[in-house]
Ligand binder design. Structure first.
Ligand code: FAD
Ligand code: NAP
Length: 538
């Protein structure tokens, strides 16, 4: 039986890059395969105008290195996509990561060779790479959802998807543009495209709840102060539920007077960002508390939009605030007050088809030159299932996950030995500030690999029992939350035929970290560990 002790990592976003760095530090040979042309992951592919992070830049960055943090300054509270891409280049340069990365290479198959105890990983470049450990860092929001509208091929203009935006700048000057979709991507690109186009028509099916960003420049003094308190802030992020430095209010929304509540909502709304969701401890758990917050948010939206029909369509949400990830916008609602911008309520007037000159919805033809699809992703499971993965006994991931993802701790899958998944299904992933949970998982995986190397363990695999218990636990936690009350990509509801199950572990970072630490601390409870001699005798 061959023992190579090489790890293959797929994906060069936050997860894959830190995994590569960490394994190198531990003396493990690792190679990273990336489909894109450079580092950044989601921030490499998403280049639409208006792209920013929606978690504050001071939170949304690697935490593990004082040196990296000290050497980088963020220009804005919510930095733009190109700045975040530069940040990834800075990290890759500082850590000298690129020498172990194969770019423009897609992993399209991976099969576990039981006799050799190796993963045989196939790429679209015709290469087969052998690996002892196969680590998927393929991202939760990677596989693009492009709805197939009737007549799409007959449209004479350009069709662009926000998540596959061209590298060169797209000029909308003098053009009539349609945006389909009002999730985070649609909400971010709408004001910027409106600033360039001759006409903009936004097709909204389900209205989102969007909170104002109150974005602004980070002053040199603020950045210097953030550097100085970084170790303390990092500890706070690591120990928090959401991985951000925010101040949750411990009171109930129902135990204060109407005036006090209005003042608190107002204060947090004006400060911007996700802090509004933490106005009261029960905003996301009590239907009554949630309803008062919804009322406040809808009032705020109506106050921003002049046209009553448009304001009504933008406030037609029939699900609780926080039942899907809210958006954070910079001027989205105000854009509809511009004379050349209109909203089409695609719930009332559904998109029927594309035609050569534009979009037909509710019996009306909307002539346009460009159509921007801001239609999201086949999230979380999409990029994993796109790779033909065959585990022990030829079990495929598509079979293993046909009723939705089944994992142990979001990290391992029964039947797929020596394979690990980062930032994936049934972990907190993007429900929290993603880089924080990614760092926690990377360190856990690094210690697991250290454990198997030092103990002569040739094969580790999650047990069916541990996996079943985790799947049940993930489902139970979801039932305590508002998420099942809305159709969203987090429930798999945006893709026809996809199982409708909660894709994330929703109890927060802290609880998740404890489960992972318990597993490691109890001799990797829930994993079957086999030494080479045991495999040879099998
Ligand atoms: P990714 O960054 O998605 O990287 C995965 C990489 O794997 C990609 O580069 C992809 O090309 C590669 N890959 C996938 N399959 C293969 C294959 N078969 N072969 C080779 N390579 C492959 N989260 C937040 O917490 N805050 C935010 O503000 C925020 N903003 C976002 C904005 C946008 C537009 C999007 C799409 C997501 C945003 N997210 C945000 C979520 C984001 O997905 C995570 O924050 C984080 O970037 C995920 O990192 P990752 O390393 O897990 O995956
Ligand atoms: P999304 O939230 O899934 O939104 C997709 C939008 O397209 C929805 O409004 C959806 O309407 C609409 N849509 C899809 N198919 C349609 C169809 N056939 N006809 C009409 N409308 C259709 O996708 P996203 O906006 O790309 O965001 C996904 C996630 O990525 C976010 O939740 C966030 O986590 C991350 N992200 C973050 C940022 C940021 O601010 N930093 C920016 C972009 C993305 P329905 O809801 O009715 O299906």
């Amino acid at each position: 039986m061959t023992r190579h002790n090489v790890a293959v990592i797929v994906g060069a976003g936050f997860a894959g890059l830190y995994m590569l760095h960490k394994l190198r530090e531990s003396g493990v040979r690792a190679r990273l395969i990336e489909a894109g042309g450079d580092v950044g992951g989601a921030w490499y592919w998403n280049r639409y105008p208006g792209l920013r992070c929606d978690v504050e830049s001071l939170d949304y960055q690697f935490q593990f290195s004082d040196d990296l943090e000290a050497g980088w300054n963020w220009p804005e509270r919510y930095s733009e996509g190109p700045v975040i891409r530069k940040y990834f280049a800075y990290v890759a340069d500082r850590l000298d990561l690129r020498r172990d990365i194969s770019f423009n290479t897609r992993v399209d198959s991976a099969a576990f060779d039981e006799a050799a105890n190796l993963w045989r990983i196939g790429t679209d470049q015709g290469e087969t790479i052998d690996a002892s450990w196969f680590i998927l860092a393929v991202g939760p929001l990677t596989t693009v959802n492009t709805p197939q509208f009737e007549g799409m091929e007959s449209f004479r203009g350009r069709i662009l998807h926000t998540a596959r935006w061209p590298e060169e700048e797209v000029d909308f000057a003098g053009r009539r543009v349609a945006v389909i979709g009002t999730g985070s991507s649609g909400i971010q690109c709408t004001p910027v495209i409106a600033g360039q186009a001759a006409e903009l028509t936004v097709f909204q099916r389900t209205p989102a709840f969007s909170l104002p960003s109150a974005n602004r420049a980070v002053t040199p003094e603020e950045q210097a102060a953030a550097h100085a308190r970084f170790p303390a802030d990092r500890d706070y992020r690591y120990a928090s539920a959401g991985g951000m430095v925010l101040s949750p209010n411990a009171q109930s929304a129902l135990e204060v007077t109407d005036e006090e509540r209005e003042a608190e909502f107002e204060r947090r709304w004006t400060s911007g960002g996700f802090g509004f969701l933490l106005s009261y401890r029960d905003l996301l758990t009590s239907a009554e508390a949630n309803a008062v917050a919804v009322n406040f948010v809808k009032r705020k939206i109506r106050a921003k939009v002049n046209d009553p029909y448009t304001a009504a369509a933008l406030t037609r949400q029939d699900y609780p605030l926080g039942a899907k990830r809210p958006c954070i916008d910079s001027g989205f609602y105000e854009t509809f007050n511009l004379p050349h911008v209109k909203l089409v309520d695609a719930m009332e007037a559904p998109i029927e088809r594309f035609c050569s000159e534009g979009i037909v919805a509710g019996g009306t033809t909307y002539p346009v030159d460009d159509i921007v699809l801001a239609t999201g992703f086949d999230a979380v499971t999409g990029a994993v299932l796109k790779i033909r993965i065959a585990g022990r006994g030829g079990l495929t991931m598509n079979e293993a996950w046909k009723e939705g993802p089944h994992t142990y701790l979001g990290l391992a899958v029964a039947g797929f030995p020596n394979m690990l998944i980062l930032d994936g299904a049934q972990s907190p992933s993007v429900i929290v500030n993603a880089p924080i949970v990614i760092e926690q998982q990377v360190r856990w995986v690094d210690r697991l690999i250290e454990h198997v190397r030092t103990n002569g363990i040739a094969r580790f695999e999650a047990t069916e029992q541990a996996q079943a218990d985790w799947v049940r636990h993930v489902g139970e936690i979801a039932q305590y939350t508002l998420y099942p009350k809305a159709d969203s990509w987090a429930m798999g509801a945006n893709i026809p035929g996809k199982p409708r199950v909660m894709l994330f572990y929703l109890a927060g970072l802290e609880a998740y970290g404890k489960h992972c630490a318990d597993c490691a601390g109890n001799d990797y409870h829930g994993f079957k560990m086999e030494r080479a001699a045991e495999l040879a005798g099998a």
